[in-house]
Design a protein around this ligand. Structure first.
Ligand SMILES: [Zn+2]
Length: 213
């Protein structure tokens, strides 16, 4: 049930292309609209975003983590309902890819340079739109990396490669970036990201000093 505060905010602030928000900063609203219009060119993604994103809200995220600028959070009550409904069925599904939620944007981000602002919003929308099968296909090494790869892939598909490459240099640890052509090491084992955002083994770049025996 919507609280009185949320109802007041929703009434006071105009939605952005149909998505509820409490954001009033004209620059931030323009950046969100810019990303939403790009997603609208991919009707299946836009339909999924509209189904899942109940709102895009301003929140003081920096209190918990000074480097956290945005976050996609699924609704915990919906997760419990989803799991209860699926209890009798055989197909295992992870509620985090199916239930609605909110995109949270940290207060103060409207001061970011325009490419970083747009990339931040595109990245969070990418998390919201990620489908379970997309994640599973990229999982197997480290699920945190898989989640970030999926979100960034969507941002690239929507036309924000340039902005994402600028944003990648400033990303916080929770949304660590690895973009096509780049290499990461996990316990000394090297992986290169291909243009479809899959991690590919890259043995000639392994780091022998950190390899587990
Ligand atoms: Zn992320």
């Amino acid at each position: 049930m919507m609280t009185r505060t949320k109802r007041t905010i929703a009434q006071r602030t105009r939605p952005i292309l149909g998505v509820a928000t409490d954001i009033t900063s004209p620059r931030l609203r323009r950046a969100i609209a810019r990303v939403f219009r790009a997603i609208q060119k991919h009707p299946k993604d836009w339909a999924r975003l509209r189904r899942r994103v109940r709102g895009i809200l301003l929140k003081d995220l920096i209190d918990n983590d000074p480097s956290c600028l945005g976050m996609w959070v699924t609704d915990s009550r919906e997760k419990k309902l989803f799991l209860a409904e699926r209890r009798c069925r055989s197909l295992p599904l992870d509620p985090k890819f199916h239930v609605p939620g909110h995109i949270l944007i940290s207060t103060g981000v409207d001061r970011l340079p325009w490419p970083r602002l747009v990339a931040l919003i595109a990245h969070e929308c990418g998390h919201a739109v990620t489908r379970e099968h997309e994640f599973n296909k990229r999982d197997g090494h480290d699920s945190e990396w898989s989640s970030e790869l999926c979100a960034d892939r969507h941002a690239f598909r929507w036309g924000f490669e340039r902005e994402m490459r600028v944003f990648a240099q400033h990303r916080d640890f929770g949304h660590h970036a690895v973009l096509p052509g780049e290499i990461i090491w996990q316990e000394g084992i090297a992986f290169k990201v291909d243009r479809y955002f899959y991690l590919r083994r890259c043995p000639d770049r392994d780091d022998p000093e950190n390899l587990e025996s």
